[in-house]
Design a protein around this ligand. Structure first.
Ligand code: FAD
Length: 474
């Protein structure tokens, strides 16, 4: 059966390549209307008075939409922009334009699921069908060796079983033409940041990469990381880096909004392995993408528990909720240079390395004893690559309330600084004030901790109060 006309509701799947939602809509309907909804709830302030979507990510999404609009226009279609709650405005638009069905990609977590349920019910009342597709992961849930409720709580068990027993599905072709209703005028415009109530992000020149949203840029980044530079062939050795564009793939912002399909990346890596080189590093990028899958499936398994302080463990720990301490962490003013440098990188660019994320998260939860959900909410606001499952599940993991909780996930900052920033280059980059302190050279990693600074005769608290936060911490 073919629908006369269907909506493709784009969400975190802002691409034409390997897009099952789009491919199925084209297969099952004579005409297709691509739609994106500007949902005001995504731009509200959170209970911690943070922007739910901060300027770096909002700008990235804007760029992604501009690119998607262009790509759709090149196929003969267009992108319709609707303002409002998708579960309402999509149904109203569908009614006004004789649309029989709404196609979309399924999400996993609470707020998105509520929207999907309401859309289904509102659509049903008006005789409009809804069809959803799962497409954010490498492995399809139907192809996993276990049903989601029985998903292993240990990553290695999950990975090994998938690698042995599951296959990654074939890619969907990129459509060349999209039949779009001739009489339909493009409506709505992509809002400016000002219209979304946000300031321009103004990223620091020190940013690891000038991230630009959109499928075109995402595909270019893959081209760069694999085919132009062979950086992928060294990934396992460089992936814990802190500075520079190519120590890691930086695919995450495009993956988060779906401008890159993980399966498409996987196919490119396999091709690279065949045509250029296959080694530990090429495998390791796939390994990391499997982590991404894992956290999405874990979020599906445990529902809204991933947002609770107790995580997926029994409630045992008491977490401090102290605004003063939290602000010191958030603004990069704890007085611990390695932590502050990472937080300042995040605040000034929207990005932080995986190593940095692990360290600042562990510091907040395990050293400061602060409510880890506050840290996760802060990342949600600031990260350019925020992905609800990767973020909250990683935070749970580091805070010891997630999968496979172990006490040895504690990070010793001095050791970490010694291993990952041995010459202090990274800290110096983000805390130039420290370099300006007379007689102070960040040349010894063991001088990274506050107590060691005072051993040097430097009292950050009195001499440089803007650099340090004093009261009762750790
Ligand atoms: C506290 C904390 C919060 C995080 N929040 C997010 C988030 O909101 N969004 C996000 O995409 N990643 C998050 N991560 C995971 C990881 O830090 C980033 O994916 C990675 O740093 C992005 O850089 P990259 O693309 O260069 O990664 P690469 O090292 O090149 O890895 C390739 C891809 O693998 C995936 N990946 C790698 N590590 C992880 C991981 N630990 N968990 C899940 N997927 C992974 C990502 O999709 C990444 O793009 C978080 C990690 C921690 C510790």
């Amino acid at each position: 059966m073919k629908y006369k006309r269907a909506i493709c509701w784009f969400r975190n799947d802002l691409r034409l390549h390997d897009n099952e939602m789009l491919a199925q809509a084209l297969r099952h309907s004579e005409e297709v209307i691509p739609v994106f909804c500007i949902d005001p709830r995504s731009f509200q302030r959170t209970p911690l008075n943070l922007e739910k979507t901060g300027p770096f990510r909002a700008n990235f999404i804007r760029e992604s939409l501009i690119d998607l609009e262009k790509s759709l226009q090149s196929t003969g279609a267009d992108l319709i922009l609707l303002n409002g709650h998708p579960e309402e405005v999509l149904v109203t638009f569908a009614e006004q334009n004789q649309v029989a069905a709404i196609f979309f990609s399924e999400e996993v977590t609470y707020e998105e699921k509520q929207v999907e349920k309401a859309l289904y019910l509102n659509g049903k009342k008006k005789g409009i069908a809804t069809q959803s597709y799962w497409q954010a992961t490498l492995f399809h849930p139907e192809d996993l060796p276990f049903p989601i409720p029985r998903l292993p709580e240990i990553f290695t068990t999950f990975r090994k079983a998938c690698e042995k027993e599951s296959v990654i599905r074939q890619l969907f072709p990129t459509p060349v033409t999209i039949p779009f209703p001739a009489e339909l005028k493009s409506t709505g415009t992509i809002p400016s940041l000002g219209e979304l109530g946000l300031e321009s992000p103004n990223p620091s020149e020190k940013a690891v990469l000038s991230f630009m949203g959109g499928e075109t840029q995402g595909l270019k980044r893959v081209e760069h990381y694999l085919w132009e530079t062979d950086a992928i062939a060294r990934y396992k050795q460089t992936r814990n880096g802190l500075t520079g564009a190519d120590y890691s793939s930086k695919f995450s912002p495009w993956l988060a909004v779906g401008s890159l399909s993980p399966r498409w990346i996987y196919a490119e890596i396999r091709k690279y392995e065949k045509e250029v080189e296959k080694n530990d590093s090429t495998y390791w990028l796939i390994f990391e993408l499997i982590w991404r899958d894992y956290f999405r499936f874990i979020s599906k398994k445990h529902g809204d528990r991933i947002f609770k302080r107790s995580g997926i463990q029994p409630e045992t720990r008491v977490w401090k909720q102290d605004n003063l301490l939290f602000n010191a962490w958030a603004t990069g003013m704890t007085g611990i240079p390695f932590i502050d440098a990472n937080m300042r990188e995040l605040n000034q660019t929207g990005f932080m390395s995986n190593r940095g994320r692990q360290l600042v998260a562990s510091f907040l939860a395990n050293d400061m004893g602060l409510d880890w959900t506050w840290g996760a909410a802060y990342f949600e606001s600031k990260l350019i690559d925020y992905d609800v499952c990767s973020n909250w599940a990683n935070w749970m993991y580091v805070a010891g309330v997630g999968n496979d909780p172990r006490s040895d996930r504690y990070f010793n900052l001095t050791t970490q600084a010694k291993n990952y920033d041995p010459d202090g280059d990274y800290v110096r980059q983000w805390l130039p004030e420290l370099s300006a302190i007379p007689g102070f050279r960040i040349h010894r990693p063991d001088l990274m901790a506050k107590s060691d600074l005072s051993a040097l005769g430097i009292n950050l608290g009195t001499d440089y109060p803007h650099l340090v936060f004093k009261p009762k911490i750790w």
